[in-house]
Design a protein around this ligand. Structure first.
Ligand SMILES: Nc1ncnc2c1ncn2[C@@H]1O[C@H](COP(=O)(O)OP(=O)(O)OP(=O)(O)O)[C@@H](O)[C@H]1O
Length: 334
């Protein structure tokens, strides 16, 4: 368990951490998610001991490490741009930490073999970092961080510099790796899709504060405020409320047929003009304008529904917000 209690960090007048408290359960993969400048890296670096707090404490596994040096905190750290030793092979890079710790040679060999296999680099062990792809280099960085058996693994946008496809592959891989090694992991990301995909818990940060902590489901289905709702997925303003695109149904009649089809309670109907219909594979994004308010909004519906409605630009339709009873998918915009 990592416990941050009432952490404050200022840079001059600027408050980078403003009374942050957070519990990170042992064995979890927790994402710190927030926009640029919200304090994610500062919080991560404070847990690592790379930043000293102006107030508050950090405990790791029950020990107060607030004034303990980074080397003695039992952490592995991976940054966005990982600085590997260029003159060392992959194998030598991974073996570096255990060698410094003077582990017996045989033990080091076994450990490095195991880790290279876990990160899928066993065929690359004699290459130099420059001979690896970006994704392979980050996997080497993770193997190197894990080589010293850290209690905690801290990842600061580890896949940030890679292209979308490699990022997606690596996060699936990280999830599996975590299921295998179970080391308590904290991941900094500004990418909500990455956080929802990989983390079992997410702490949403904004302006040096934590807005909400919970499972991806909690945050997506039960956001505590507009900031969390907007940050985790698309939202549109609909009759003065924030609504998710897939919580809007479309029909040719006001209310009736959409209400019957969904069987859910009515939360508001609006007449709207279809501006654009975008096919996104299984789903269709319909861009609309509210006839009464002139506000643009988006509905996301299935391809089948779009076909049944025969939607095209210029059509007038009725949009209705739906939500399963008891599920507050609509948060007041005020
Ligand atoms: N050494 C520093 N000196 C002055 N200001 C700093 C310093 N480090 C960070 N800050 C400021 O503190 C705020 C929080 O920075 P932090 O790096 O924690 O944000 P972040 O959420 O990780 O953002 P990003 O995703 O852009 O890295 C930013 O406004 C940043 O400019």
């Amino acid at each position: 368990m990592i416990t941050v209690t009432r952490a404050f960090k200022n840079y001059g007048d600027f408050s980078a951490l403003d009374d942050v408290s957070l519990d990170i359960p042992p064995g979890s993969l927790t994402a710190l998610l927030g926009p640029s400048g919200s304090g994610k890296s500062t919080l991560l670096r404070s847990i690592a001991g790379l930043e000293s707090l102006d107030g508050g404490t950090v405990h790791i596994a029950g020990n107060d490490v607030t004034h303990v040096s980074p080397q003695k905190r039992g952490i592995g750290f991976v940054f966005q741009h990982y600085a590997a030793f260029k003159h060392m092979t992959v194998r030598e890079n991974v073996a570096f930490g255990p060698k410094i710790r003077k582990l017996p040679k045989r033990q080091i060999t076994a450990k490095v073999d195991e880790l290279l296999e876990v990160v899928g680099l066993d065929g690359f062990q004699h290459r130099y970092p420059a001979q690896l792809s970006g994704g392979q280099r980050q996997r080497m960085a993770l193997a190197r961080a894990l080589a010293v058996d850290p209690q905690v693994l801290l990842l600061d946008e580890p896949f940030g510099a890679l292209d979308a496809k490699v990022r997606a592959d690596l996060r699936t891989w990280l999830r599996r790796l975590h299921d295998e090694v179970h080391v308590t992991t904290v991941l900094v990301t500004h990418d909500q899709e990455e956080a929802l995909d990989v983390a079992d818990r997410i702490a949403v940060m904004n302006r040096g504060r934590i807005e909400q902590v919970g499972t991806p489901e909690d945050l997506y289905d039960r956001p505590e405020n507009d900031f969390v709702m907007s940050f985790l997925g698309n939202v549109s303003k609909f009759n003065g409320r924030l609504v998710r695109p897939h919580d809007i149904r479309l029909g040719h009649e006001p209310g009736l047929e959409v209400a019957q089809a969904s069987g859910t309670e009515e939360l508001g109907v609006a007449r709207a003009t279809v501006e654009r219909v975008v096919h996104l594979g299984f789903e269709v994004r319909v861009e609309l304008t509210n006839a009464a308010t002139g506000e643009p909004f988006i509905a996301q519906i299935t391809r089948g529904d779009a076909r049944a409605l025969g939607l095209k630009a210029g059509d007038t339709v009725y949009a209705q917000v739906t939500a399963a009873p008891g599920e507050p998918v609509v948060v007041s915009a005020d």
